[in-house]
Design a protein around this ligand. Structure first.
Ligand SMILES: [Zn+2]
Length: 277
């Protein structure tokens, strides 16, 4: 927090440099009702709260613009203190995966050395980097037994579970989904689908619009290969199939239901949920 990234509306921070290290953070409440800033130097903690005693909001009451400058002025009034020494005796070096932050496995392509507390006994190994075997044209995952000697391409791949991958890829467009398995040779052991909605064991209150009419509920799933077709079944009834965007509007009756989805490779996921009026 010594180097909190400053949002553009907070330019002008530079003149608060007080010649000592201060780790600080600001906050602004919903509706600009109050703003705060808290900081720590080697020896002192300063907290500043700015707001109206009545709780009334005022536009522009941002922590970084109001409470922050006041906090730095208070630090200037206090004796200068030196920053903490690194407690090397209590720390140990560890190679961690740059992408996941877990302890690096031999497969992780980029690692960095961090100091972590000695007391951490078991830091799990990166679960997301896997050595993937690809066909020479890189179109499919494959096995050694399916390719001519020396033709297979093996490389580390960052693989998230389907649901995590779906959210992650929206923020990180460079996320690479795994290529499909080579037909007849390689079928993934992990289910490549997951539900986004409903969550496990959900009880869903049937939504009603302003006119008292029942609204439909949008069910949504994600597939690690988005082009795959998914076939939808509610209880015993086949509903239809989806491709690319895997969502469907449904109006299930009150009671318990099973939503069963099968992809074109035969992978299946089932979710139980309850509808209440
Ligand atoms: Zn890794």
């Amino acid at each position: 927090m010594k180097s909190v990234i400053r949002p553009p509306e907070e330019t002008g921070w530079e003149h608060f440099t007080s010649g000592q290290n201060i780790a600080w953070k600001t906050g602004t409440s919903y509706g600009f009702r109050d703003a705060w800033s808290i900081g720590i130097s080697g020896r002192y903690v300063v907290g500043v709260w700015v707001g109206n005693a009545s709780g009334e909001g005022r536009a522009g009451l941002l922590g970084g613009l109001t409470a922050g400058p006041l906090m730095f002025r208070l630090f200037d009034l206090l004796p200068t203190s030196s920053w903490y020494d690194v407690p090397h005796d209590d720390l140990k070096e560890q190679q961690v995966c740059k992408k996941s932050g877990y302890r690096a496995s031999p497969v992780c392509p980029e690692t960095e050395t961090l100091l972590i507390p000695q007391t951490i006994k078991s830091n799990p190994v990166c679960p997301y980097h896997h050595l993937i075997h690809l066909t020479p044209d890189r179109q499919f995952q494959t096995r050694k037994s399916c390719e001519p000697e020396g033709k297979i391409i093996s490389e580390p791949w960052f693989v998230l579970p389907p649901l995590m991958a779906w959210y992650y890829s929206r923020q990180k467009p460079d996320y690479r989904f795994l290529p499909p398995g080579k037909p007849g040779c390689f079928e993934s052991e992990n289910t490549p689908m997951d539900f986004i909605y409903p969550p496990p064991g959900a009880t869903i209150m049937r939504p009603v619009d302003f006119d008292g009419e029942q609204e439909k509920i949008v069910f949504k799933v994600v597939h690690s290969n988005p082009e795959t077709e998914i076939f939808w079944h509610l209880d015993q009834d086949y509903l239809g199939k989806t491709r690319d965007s895997h969502e469907m509007e449904l109006e299930p009756e009150e009671g318990q239901h099973l939503l069963t989805l099968v992809d074109d490779k035969g992978n299946k996921i089932i979710r139980k949920f309850t509808i209440k009026e």
